[in-house]
Design a protein around this ligand. Structure first.
Ligand code: SAM
Length: 246
């Protein structure tokens, strides 16, 4: 482990008044080295990412950028989070490490990704509060154990606002928050055209938060949507319907 790389995490987090303990830094170091060695033979994230520093700059800090806005959730002291389309664990596993009070579910439809996550969650000793689910979110969203259950839903680099809203809002309890990590390019128009569907799904007006953390290249911001009322049972629809835009 390169300790300096991980101490840099705290230097960055200091900007947003947050700091990680040495145990949490150790967990990030373990997660990073497991991910890089798994990625060398099985594609989980871009092969361009080869070092812990790349991973920290491109994925980990961006995932943690949500911490800056933690006090702004309408539901104070959130306890549960589900990350939909988590891939290699971004942002869900990073947030699980940084916020030990959270119970976290990581969902992805690609088996090699969930297999990796199951193994790393075990290595990190997080099995009591981090669950990994292999499956399609549009199906899981109808299951009793998951529907209208979570305080926070996160989604990073998964799909357009309309799709993410349809997949994410059914999983939230009332007053919970859907947080979508998006690039700022064309975002206002994308939100505007999604707002009618968001309303049908029980969501309120989307608001944009620009984080201080993360790298400038990705131009990311966070879109917050609060769940205001129950989602009608027909949502989420089958994938073919979601994608048909009708
Ligand atoms: N969130 C991660 C990140 O930021 O690095 C992964 C982003 S990757 C571009 C999108 C992920 O969403 C993929 O791992 C894909 O398998 C998953 N995904 C997309 N649609 C899904 C669905 N309907 N159900 C479950 N997983 C889905």
């Amino acid at each position: 482990m390169n300790t300096n790389t991980f101490n840099l995490l705290n230097t960055q987090l200091f900007k947003i008044n947050f700091s990680l303990t040495s145990d949490q830094l150790e967990q990030f170091a373990t997660y990073t080295s497991e991910l890089l060695s798994y990625n060398a033979h099985t594609n989980l994230i871009s092969r361009e990412i080869k070092t812990a520093e790349d991973l920290m700059n491109r994925h980990i800090l961006d995932s943690l950028s949500l911490l800056e806005f933690w006090d702004e959730f309408p539901l104070k002291n959130p306890r549960s989070l589900v990350d939909i389309g988590t891939g290699g664990g971004f942002p869900g596993l990073c947030l699980a490490i940084a916020r030990p009070e959270l119970e976290v579910v990581l969902i992805d439809s690609v088996g090699k990704k969930t297999e990796f996550l199951k193994s790393v969650v075990k290595t990190l000793n997080l099995t009591k509060r981090v669950q990994v689910e292999w499956g399609r979110i549009e199906e899981i969203g109808h299951e009793r154990d998951f529907r209208e259950t979570f305080d926070i839903v996160t989604s990073r680099a998964v799909s357009a606002m309309t799709t993410v809203s349809e997949l994410g809002l059914p999983l939230l309890e009332k007053d919970g928050s859907l947080v979508t990590y998006k690039s700022r390019t064309g975002l206002s128009e994308e939100i505007e055209s999604a707002q009618a569907l968001i309303g049908q799904l029980g969501g309120g007006k989307a608001t944009i938060h620009v984080p201080s953390l993360g790298n400038e290249e990705n131009n990311h911001c966070l879109v917050f949507i609060t769940k205001q009322k129950q989602t009608p049972p027909m949502f989420p629809r089958a994938w073919s319907k979601i994608k048909s835009k009708k």
